[in-house]
Design a protein around this ligand. Structure first.
Ligand SMILES: [Zn+2]
Length: 68
């Protein structure tokens, strides 16, 4: 069994979202990034958060493009 960089955060989805939105503090982001390499469930959470973030960005772009 692989050693984990640190245990899963209490709310992986929330941390994953902060990581994707780049609102995690530098050291926390680095630690979470390292943890991701060993944790499939957090990796999945990041994937979901990434899709969500991309959808939000796309939606924002459409709203901006609609303005004159
Ligand atoms: Zn994890």
């Amino acid at each position: 069994m692989l050693l984990q960089a640190y245990r899963c955060p209490p709310d992986p989805a929330e941390v994953a979202e902060a990581y994707v939105m780049e609102t995690l503090a530098g050291s926390a982001a680095a630690a979470f990034e390292e943890h991701l390499l060993t944790c499939a469930s957090c990796w999945v959470a990041v994937g979901k958060a990434d899709i969500f973030a991309q959808a939000m960005t796309a939606g924002t772009r459409q709203v901006c493009a609609a303005k004159p």
